[in-house]
Design a protein around this ligand. Structure first.
Ligand SMILES: *[C@@H]1O[C@H](CO)[C@@H](O)[C@H](O)[C@H]1NC(C)=O
Ligand SMILES: *[C@@H]1O[C@H](CO)[C@@H](O)[C@H](O)[C@H]1NC(C)=O
Ligand SMILES: *[C@@H]1O[C@H](CO)[C@@H](O)[C@H](O)[C@H]1NC(C)=O
Ligand SMILES: *[C@@H]1O[C@H](CO)[C@@H](O)[C@H](O)[C@H]1NC(C)=O
Length: 262
């Protein structure tokens, strides 16, 4: 009876082991472009900068074997909604579809810092993107600057020299016999943007003259628009990044990236 119970226990625990393993796939081989960095407190950790830059470049088409994380370049988002009311310049509801962004894999990491505090690692990066282009279908309703709009068409945009700080909090966790980083928070803060160009088609039912002058108005006032949209754009960006980074870090064992983990 006891032998039977024991065998049953052993069988069922190995059964669960197999199920758990199947539920948590991970990258089984150390990629050759990654060398583990020290996470010791530091003001300018060149190794971490290189690591992040390499991950952006080498995994621009996605991470081999990881489902649910698409390409970084081009980076696609199926659907985005933005509602923002900041009188007097803006009161709009915008729906974006099939958003495609080019240029993220070219990110340069200018410097990075790391800090260990109450069980968390906090890393920070200054990221520079010299050119980003973006294309999507848009639907827009409301007013922008002095214009009342209700239209749908294609939006094209180009951003020159975007610099932002990216702060990331992570905590080591054990999954089966390996350590992974659980990314618990991501916060970005834009430090610099040199220029944003936008072009929306079909703003006034196909009237090209009105459309061109509206686009001209947007482009002359891009900084005003950017300032009012900044909080909602930042929040959206943080959510997208958190989703991506947490999936990648739960797939890539910590020991591939950082020294001192098993
Ligand atoms: C989405 O955008 C991509 C790239 O611009 C394009 O190839 C694709 O056909 C678009 N899909 C839809 C449903 O519009
Ligand atoms: C990192 O680079 C940015 C932009 O050049 C600069 O403002 C910041 O002070 C630098 N931080 C460190 C820790 O070197
Ligand atoms: C990772 O952190 C989040 C947020 O703190 C938490 O909700 C989640 O349970 C953690 N995941 C694991 C596997 O520990
Ligand atoms: C805006 O885009 C349309 C369609 O792609 C193009 O015909 C037009 O020349 C563009 N306008 C500007 C100011 O770039």
């Amino acid at each position: 009876m006891t032998a039977f119970a024991l065998r049953f226990l052993l069988l069922s625990s190995s059964f669960w082991f197999v199920v758990l393993r199947a539920q948590h796939p991970y990258l089984e081989e150390q990629p050759d472009f990654v060398k583990p960095c020290s996470l010791k407190d530091s003001e300018n950790n060149a190794c971490l900068s290189e690591l992040i830059e390499n991950m952006f470049q080498h995994w621009q088409n996605g991470v081999p074997g990881l489902r649910g994380v698409g390409a970084l370049d081009p980076f696609r988002v199926g659907k985005l909604r933005i509602a923002q009311r900041v009188p007097p310049n803006l009161d709009v509801q915008v729906a974006l579809r099939n958003l495609t962004t080019y240029g993220l894999s070219q990110a340069k990491i200018l410097n990075s810092t790391s800090l260990f505090k109450s069980g968390h690692y906090a890393t920070g990066f200054h990221v520079q993107l010299s050119k980003i282009t973006l294309k999507c279908n848009y639907k827009l309703r409301g007013h922008v600057l002095v214009l009342n709009l209700n239209s749908a068409g294609v939006l094209n945009s180009e951003i020159d020299n975007l610099e932002f700080f990216l702060g990331m909090k992570m905590k080591p966790i054990q999954l089966q016999d390996l350590t992974f980083m659980n990314v618990t928070a991501i916060k970005t803060d834009v430090k610099r943007v040199d220029k944003v160009r936008i072009n929306l088609t079909n703003l006034f039912g196909g009237n090209r003259e009105l459309e061109d002058s509206a686009n001209q108005l947007f482009n002359e006032n891009w900084r005003v628009l950017y300032d009012v949209l900044r909080p909602v754009l930042t929040q959206t960006f943080d959510t997208v990044l958190l989703d991506r980074f947490s999936k990648i870090f739960q797939y890539v064992p910590a020991k591939y990236l950082y020294q001192g983990f098993d």
